[in-house]
Design a protein. Structure first.
Length: 305
């Protein structure tokens, strides 16, 4: 291989990485828009109603991709029991999220959700048999301390929405763990059943407290599904343009946007304890991510050719 060829490949790789980072940043921004619209809408409409209309709109957008790939991959899935568990976890998780943002600042809820990778790291040795060294265990305990600091445990802060928010973040962590166990399942199959699960829980709960939406609000409710699908597609594209080690850390920009939009749209002023706890959670999460990447590289080097 000539020096010119090596330089050309390095330039192409650097360009792809930069594009991957930009695409990931756009995806996270769109996820934030989805959350802001969701918080705005659940102030008027029930969580079930929001989930139902959001899911139907997402399925309409996803339908052409599902049709192109055929029905069989959606039905003939590996480990059906684990698939059902993942759908249940994802449905409960999204319901908890929208329930929590009804009465909690968006940044607070996002702080608890961003702690999910820390829960995954703590649970993976027991549920997946993965090895976690002392450095990652230290980061895990520090991350848990960040959650406690952000929560500020007291009679005033241990409210039902706060507890549901933490419970939802644990469901999200278990959903991530189940995703690791279902690596062989195509992404579109996982997304399809995830949307169906949220739609079903919305269908069951929507009649309780149904409010007929105005045409504008109905368009916003449908846009929730479209924005969420677009964000998922952008994340997948970012991971194809650049490796996870390059783009995944930028998911934490979600917290920055949550603080900004929470202040601009809802007038939420971040609590100092929440900001301090969030900083600890982000630092611990990034450290765990870096250590996992190093461990994965070491395992590949040790693997026989």
């Amino acid at each position: 291989m000539t020096v010119a060829t090596m330089a050309s490949r390095f330039t192409a790789s650097s360009s792809a990485n930069r594009l991957g980072i930009l695409v990931m940043l756009l995806a996270i921004f769109m996820f934030t828009l989805n959350d802001v619209m969701g918080k705005w809408l659940v102030a008027t409409y029930s969580v079930g109603q929001v989930l139902l209309i959001r899911s139907v709109a997402a399925l309409v957008i996803l339908a052409p991709f599902l049709w192109r790939g055929g029905i069989r991959p959606l039905i003939a899935v590996e480990r059906p029991g684990m698939q059902i568990l993942r759908v249940v976890l994802s449905s409960v998780e999204v319901y908890c999220f929208y329930f929590a943002v009804i009465s909690m600042p968006l940044a607070d809820v996002m702080t608890y959700w961003l702690a999910a990778p820390i829960y995954v790291a703590a649970l993976s040795p027991f549920l997946l048999g993965e090895h976690v060294g002392w450095r990652r265990w230290t980061a895990i305990f520090i991350g848990f301390a960040g959650v406690v600091i952000a929560l500020e445990p007291s009679a005033a802060t241990l409210t039902l929405p706060a507890l549901i928010s933490i419970g939802g973040s644990f469901c999200f962590a278990f959903m991530m763990l189940s995703g690791r166990a279902l690596r062989g399942t195509p992404d579109r199959t996982l997304v399809f059943w995830q949307i169906v699960g949220a739609g079903l829980i919305g269908l069951v709960t929507a009649p309780f407290g149904w409010v007929t939406p105005t045409p504008f609000d109905f368009a916003l409710l449908a846009t929730l599904g479209v924005v969420a699908m677009a964000a998922h597609m952008l994340v997948n594209r970012a991971l194809k343009l650049a490796d996870a080690a390059t783009v995944a850390p930028f998911q934490y920009t979600l917290l920055f946007w949550a603080v900004i939009f929470g202040w601009l749209v809802f007038g939420d002023v971040p609590r100092p304890a929440m900001l301090a706890g969030a900083a600890i959670i982000v630092a611990a999460g990034l450290f765990i991510f870096v250590r996992e990447q190093k461990a994965a590289r070491a395992a590949r080097l040790k693997a026989p050719d």
